[in-house]
Design a protein around this ligand. Structure first.
Ligand SMILES: Cc1cc2nc3c(=O)[nH]c(=O)nc-3n(C[C@H](O)[C@H](O)[C@H](O)COP(=O)(O)OP(=O)(O)OC[C@H]3O[C@@H](n4cnc5c(N)ncnc54)[C@H](O)[C@@H]3O)c2cc1C
Length: 338
């Protein structure tokens, strides 16, 4: 059976993993080919993009793993393997020796289990994981990867013809794991872009910051960043730390030491408020909070005759859970009880 996976990001890699694991168990021979114009890890985690080594992931390292466990419904054969943090500790020092990031990379990062890693390092974990799946393929199965873009897919009889770089190939099944597409400007964004063009200014629409070139923005130039979500932090790092500035701890706060090469950033969001900072992780790896009130069963019981849930009863249940956990934490907190 010939299978194509388009996209070498996390989803494409996860599909490859499950196909190989299942084919092994069910003794089916599969020939899997994966395609992406970016290296394994895909566009978001591409370890070859230098910026992905200064922009970070938004999940702490101990809570990321490519190995599935039985918390997934109907997962197929489970293979044990290291979480991202365990990989950083146990495998990466040797694995990264010959890689583009160099020997001292991990030492400089000095990642602890509740730290956020650079995206490029997660890309390297994905590359290691992919190599690991390849080693699991049975004698008559294979998993290959080609760095190329798929131009078209056409159904032909019971198969699919895939076109890439001047040639084509037929497959029995195709998985499309394409991630986010390119954004087209909406009317408002088009107005901004046109205004910028008329006034010889620069406008950067919604995009992946690591693929946006900010080098032409001179020091002390005024820059407006619209929105204070995750993309804001990418642009802020690119315009501060990546220009030689440093954030240093000053008591409970961070102090910024400018390099003098930064633009002047005016930041704002439509809601008028900065988004909530991410809570400090207090759970161990794979540890899940088990709700007492906000359970599947209670949610099911709240459904009315049309099968819908009204917002007030949903919120009441949710609020109960949050309050319960909050007061439980307070009671257990020695600083509070004393
Ligand atoms: C800037 C940014 C930062 C993010 N940060 C985080 C984070 O910190 N934590 C988190 O959990 N999630 C984050 N995400 C969300 C991220 O999209 C998912 O974590 C994850 O990458 C989704 O995996 P995916 O495989 O579905 O898509 P992607 O990772 O986007 O991979 C899809 C791949 O398909 C390829 N592709 C598309 N079209 C073709 C074609 N025609 N031919 C061949 N290949 C093709 C693309 O090149 C791409 O590599 C971030 C997303 C972005 C854009």
């Amino acid at each position: 059976m010939k299978i194509a996976i388009i996209g070498a990001g996390p989803r494409g890699i996860a599909v490859a993993d499950r196909l190989v694991a299942r084919s092994e168990k069910e003794k089916v021979n599969v020939e899997i080919k994966m395609y992406d114009p970016y290296p394994i890890g895909g566009k978001v985690w591409n370890p070859m993009n230098k910026l992905n080594h200064s922009l970070i992931t938004n999940t702490v390292v101990s809570q990321v793993s490519f190995f599935i466990d039985d918390s997934i419904e109907n997962p197929g054969p489970i293979r044990q393997g290291p979480s991202f943090y365990e990989w950083i500790q146990q495998i990466a020092p040797e694995y990264l020796k010959g890689s583009s990031v160099g020997k001292t990379y991990l030492d400089k990062l000095d990642l602890k289990e509740n730290d956020f890693a650079p995206r490029g390092l997660l890309g390297l974990y994905q590359q290691w994981f992919f190599e690991n799946i390849r080693k699991q393929t049975e004698k008559n199965s294979s998993l290959a990867y080609e760095q190329t873009e798929i131009k078209a897919i056409t159904p032909v009889n019971q198969q699919y013809k895939i076109d890439f770089s001047g040639t084509s190939e037929k497959f029995d099944f195709v998985f499309m794991a394409l991630g986010y597409g390119e954004n087209k400007y909406n009317d408002e964004e088009r107005t901004f872009a046109e205004f910028a063009k008329r006034n010889k200014l620069s406008y950067f629409g919604p995009a992946n910051p690591s693929e946006t070139n900010l080098d032409d923005i001179p020091a002390t130039q005024a820059v407006i960043i619209r929105g204070l979500g995750l993309t804001f932090f990418d642009y802020m790092i690119m315009l501060t730390e990546n220009r030689g500035g440093k954030f240093v701890q000053d008591g409970e706060q961070l102090k910024y030491i400018a390099s003098g090469r930064e633009p002047i950033i005016f930041a704002g969001s439509r809601s008028g408020l900065p988004l909530h900072a991410r809570g400090r992780n207090q759970k161990g790896p794979s540890e899940e909070y088990k709700p007492r009130f906000f359970t599947k069963n209670n949610l099911k019981n709240l459904k009315n005759h049309t099968g819908n849930l009204d917002y007030n009863s949903f919120f009441k249940l949710f609020d109960k859970e949050i309050q319960y956990k909050h007061y439980e934490n307070l009671i257990k907190d020695p600083d509070y009880s004393n």
